[in-house]
Every structure is written in C-alpha cells, then in structure tokens.
Design a protein around this ligand. Structure first.
Ligand SMILES: [Fe+2]
Length: 187
C-alpha cells in the first residue's frame, strides 16, 4: 500500500486542515522507495523493526509516536505548535531515497526533502489557490525537516528551536538499535 492513507491514523491526529491537505499532497507524490525500503540501507542504524521492507514507514511512525509522547508529557513547551512537530516527523525522511533505483539513502536528505517538497507542483498549486505567500506553518515544517539530523546536519548551523529539537530527538531515539517498535502496541 502506498500513499497518504498509509498514515491515515497519524494524519487524523493533526488538527490544522491545511497541514493535513499538505501532508496528503506530499505523501501522494512521494518517491516510490519511501514505501518499500528499510530505514537504514546499511542496516547499521535503526532497530530491527525499521530494517525490513517498508521499514522507513515503520520508522516514520515511530518518530511520530515518540514526538507525540514528548508533547503529551505537557512540560513547559510553550512555543511548540503540536501540529508542526507531528507533521514534521511524518515528513522528515520523505526524501531518504530519491526517485532513482539506488539502494542507498540520499546524503543530506533533510535538505533534499525540503527541495522535493518545495518543488512539488500540486503543492505549489494548492498554496497559490489559498495563500499570497507560503504560510508560516509551512516554513516551520520545512525548517524542522531540513535540520532533523540535529547537530549532525552539517549544512544547518542555526539555532534549534523547540519544534526542531523535539523532531530531532524523536528521530535520534528512534534510530537507536535497541529501540524496537511494535506497531501492534499502539492504542
Ligand atoms: Fe529518520
């Protein structure tokens, strides 16, 4: 199964209808390998639950639910927009594999992901019909995608705000070899 419906459970937890529309457009135009490949092409990183066919989807869900757990802890994250964090988690690895048939992941796939999303024609048409200029939530999501490798993002040297920090930490935790994820345990 491919397309936005794979994430229907997660997308239904996002309140902003425009962010939902954006997610559906991006997922319905994602590189085909996003749906079929393991999260780690070398199998050196990520738990076994993500190193299977379709493991990148499993990993994406894991990052989403780790971030959700952080948000649900209701600490003093006053500046954080929940929808922006959750949407960024869903999109962070959208370009981990490109449109080639290469078995290897794309270097700088955070930056590649931003370029991929930004150049999507249906998304540009959606924005043109709705906004005069890209909305702030969209720019925030792109920032989180771009910097999702945290301090390992050589090309991003700026400040990490709360949303960026949560997205990176959720990804970092989900990449640990010991962090097995059992989708059947989701409530
Ligand atoms: Fe990731």
């Amino acid at each position: 199964m491919i397309g936005a419906s794979v994430f229907s459970r997660e997308i239904s937890q996002i309140e902003n209808n425009e962010i939902v529309a954006m997610l559906e457009i991006v997922f319905n135009n994602a590189p085909p390998q996003f749906w079929t490949k393991p999260a780690s092409s070398t199998m050196k990183y990520h738990p076994d639950s993500s190193n299977v066919n379709g493991g990148l989807v499993v990993h994406t869900k894991q990052v989403f639910y780790i971030a959700k757990a952080i948000l649900d802890a209701k600490m003093d994250l006053l500046l954080t927009d929940r929808d922006i964090v959750l949407a960024s988690c869903l999109l962070h690895d959208i370009y981990k594999y490109d449109f080639s048939s290469s078995q290897y992941t794309v270097r700088n796939h955070g930056i590649g992901g931003v370029e991929f999303i930004n150049n999507l024609k249906p998304l540009r048409e959606f924005f043109a019909s709705t906004y005069k200029s890209p909305p702030s939530w969209y720019l925030e999501i792109l920032k989180c995608v771009k910097s999702h490798n945290g301090k390992f993002t050589k090309e991003y040297t700026g400040f990490f705000d709360e949303a960026q920090t949560i997205v990176h930490l959720a990804d970092w935790i989900a990449c640990q070899r010991w962090c097995y994820f059992d989708l059947t345990k989701l409530k």
